[in-house]
Design a protein around this ligand. Structure first.
Ligand SMILES: Cc1cc2nc3c(=O)[nH]c(=O)nc-3n(C[C@H](O)[C@H](O)[C@H](O)COP(=O)(O)OP(=O)(O)OC[C@H]3O[C@@H](n4cnc5c(N)ncnc54)[C@H](O)[C@@H]3O)c2cc1C
Length: 432
């Protein structure tokens, strides 16, 4: 009896099953299929489908798109932005994305409806077999070893029970993490969570060279007595006449879990200038919301034939709520370990290759996420946040440093003095 990975068995449906065709699943499936593996990509919805998101992608995410071979030029339909506008403490500061060797100098905005469809089609083009309308309900395990040998699912409009078998499964099913939960891999309460809501409006602010981030949200319903609201907001122009506006709150804030987030969004937006258009008649859809699993809040990232990737492994950046770049980055690392595993002759050495995955994500992101977890505790305290906004924002050089830190954009080797400070600190911070 062995508890290590075997290669494909006669009754297997694929060499690898990838559950969920968001950025994590489609990226992993693309790399795996390109390496020649037989990949089954199971997705509960049908494409194109929406996903509640801010639709903003920093240069870190753009790098992942370029690595995947996607044409990210404006001619190919991508709306570029040149940096971040930070608003708070009565100041508005425009910061260009840093000039770096490791990352491109632009971010992009693209509706998830279209973005996720593009990535999923890319995975199919690479050879992955995608099966839509298939909701995975749990893991199939080998009774003797406890190892995952496939998944159970409900399929089609009748929700017909089906099973699919494979020696390896990638959980890319997002924040619900149903597959991991079915194996008892629970959420960690010592890591931050966020919750965010967003809505689209038609607005004259649709074309903007900057992603806009609001460090303070004010309720100005009574102009004589403006009230500071909890949370941080964004305004991302979509370039098509609409704007994606939203806000997020961290679990370290007192307001977390006790707030009507939709009402909070309304209170903030009602107080924004009339001419921006963030009023009910201009809304093009409903308020959507979801949780943000941060700072590796679900571990272990590998166990018994199951790899957790993207939101399923809690890979949202605790500094800024960005998750697409990290979903794609972890997918690439996971695919790399799986490809190496399949190239090995014995079950034990295949298992060794798979155990490299948690180490690889930890090396890539662990120190940085750990700093983010500490940061999230600090800014959960309104006094610290107010001091930082008041004294930090007016100092441009300091803010350039903060931008590099918050967006995880620095050259890991070399770079300028700021890059070297961030790089050394992430290396010295014990991995999450
Ligand atoms: C309001 C909000 C705003 C955000 N804004 C940004 C932003 O501007 N930029 C950014 O980078 N990140 C943002 N994020 C975070 C980002 O959306 C996620 O981190 C990212 O989508 C994670 O990708 P993923 O592939 O891991 O998971 P997901 O994108 O959630 O994909 C999971 C996929 O799995 C499928 N699935 C789920 N369960 C099952 C199942 N049981 N069986 C089969 N299929 C299943 C889903 O349908 C989906 O296709 C935001 C999040 C929220 C909530």
């Amino acid at each position: 009896m062995t508890s290590a990975t075997s290669r494909r068995r006669p009754d297997d449906d694929a060499e690898v099953i990838v559950v969920g065709a968001g950025p994590a699943g489609s990226t992993a499936a693309t790399y795996l299929a390109r390496a020649g593996l037989d990949v089954l990509l199971l997705e509960k919805s049908t494409f194109p489908r929406d996903k509640v998101c801010g639709d903003g992608i920093t240069p870190r995410g753009v790098k992942q798109l370029i690595d995947l071979g996607i044409d990210t030029r404006e001619e190919a339909g991508w709306l570029h932005n040149r940096g971040l506008r930070v608003v708070g403490g009565g100041v508005s500061l425009e910061l260009d994305w840093p000039d770096l060797a490791d990352f491109p100098p632009y971010g992009v905005v693209r509706p998830r409806n279209d973005f996720d469809d593009l990535l999923a089609r890319g995975a199919q083009h690479a050879g992955a077999r995608m099966v839509e309308r298939t909701t995975v309900t749990g893991a199939l395990t080998d009774e003797r070893t406890g190892r995952i040998v496939g998944v159970r699912a409900k399929q089609g409009p009748e929700r017909t029970p089906v099973t699919y078998r494979a020696p390896l499964v990638l959980a890319c099913d997002g924040v619900s993490a149903r597959l991991a939960l079915s194996l008892g891999i629970e959420k960690r309460d010592d890591r931050p969570m966020g919750v965010a809501v967003r809505r689209y409006y038609t607005s004259p602010r649709s074309k903007d060279d900057f992603l806009e981030s609001h460090l303070e949200l004010w309720d100005r319903s009574n102009p004589a007595e403006p009230k500071l609201l909890p949370g941080y907001g964004w305004i991302f122009g979509m370039g098509d006449g609409t704007v994606n506006v939203g806000l997020g709150i961290l679990s370290t804030s007192k307001a977390y879990g006790r707030t009507d987030y939709r009402q909070l969004l309304r209170s903030w937006l009602d107080g924004t200038p009339e001419e921006w258009g963030f009023r009910e008649p201009n809304a093009t859809g409903r308020v959507g919301g979801a949780a943000l699993p941060m700072g590796f809040n679900r571990t272990p990232h590998y166990r018994d034939g199951l790899l957790l990737v993207g939101d399923a492994g809690g890979m949202v950046n605790p500094f800024n709520g960005e998750g697409i770049a990290y979903a794609m980055e972890s997918a690439r690392l996971a695919a790399d370990c799986v490809v190496h595993a399949f190239a090995r002759p014995t079950a034990a050495s295949r298992e060794q290759a798979l155990r490299r995955y948690p180490t690889a994500v930890s090396q890539a992101l662990g120190g940085y996420f750990r700093m983010g977890n500490i940061f999230s505790k600090l800014i959960g305290n309104p006094t610290v946040m107010r001091m930082a906004t008041k004294h930090g924002l007016p100092r441009t050089t300091l803010m350039r440093f903060v931008l590099k830190l918050l967006a995880n954009l620095y050259d890991a080797k070399g770079g300028d003095a700021m890059d070297r400070v961030i790089s050394a600190t992430t290396r010295l911070t014990p991995s999450a």
